[in-house]
Ligand binder design. Structure first.
Ligand code: ZN
Length: 157
């Protein structure tokens, strides 16, 4: 079996930046599991994994346009402190998720103004992945419907 649309893939990966500094790794943790073709992985990595088999190891460099895109000033906005719940302690560097799922980072606080940045942490970066394919199987109909991988006990697992 090879990696194609609607396969559940298990892999170990290490992500480095272009200077060879490690950003994150699945080694020492559970493998990453994803469904090919549903947008769970960045496009550049899905493309590189297409057609690979269990046991294949690959090193992939992904430019920003096929990773997390470029930084955009449009994703930086100023809001008032009043828009946060009163009990919230707002500090530069803190991240929170809005109701629409976007993750914001507080970049600056000046008086009542809070500057928020919704750019992805890895936006604008060229990424290098070391990947090892551990397992490939067909996704179930339920997994495809939900858009994520289920454990042995189904959705709750
Ligand atoms: Zn589910």
């Amino acid at each position: 079996m090879i990696i194609s649309e609607s396969k559940v893939v298990s892999l170990h990966y290490t992500l480095n930046n272009v200077d060879g500094e490690q950003i994150e790794s699945s080694k020492g943790n559970d493998p990453l599991q994803y469904i090919q073709g549903v947008g769970q992985l960045i496009p550049g990595l899905e493309e590189a994994l297409t057609g690979k088999a269990v046991g294949d190891a690959l090193n992939v460099t992904v430019e920003p346009e096929k990773a997390y895109g470029y930084r955009s000033d449009d994703l930086i906005q100023k809001v008032s402190k009043e828009q946060f719940p009163p009990e919230t302690v707002i500090e530069a560097g803190m991240q929170f998720q809005a109701d629409n799922g976007m993750v914001f980072t507080v970049v600056e606080i000046a008086g009542e103004d809070v500057t928020l940045d919704a750019n992805h942490d890895l936006a604008g970066q060229t990424l290098n992945f070391d990947v090892e394919v551990l397992d490939i199987r067909e996704a179930t109909a339920e997994e495809l419907e939900h858009g994520h991988v289920h454990g042995p006990n189904g959705h709750e697992d």
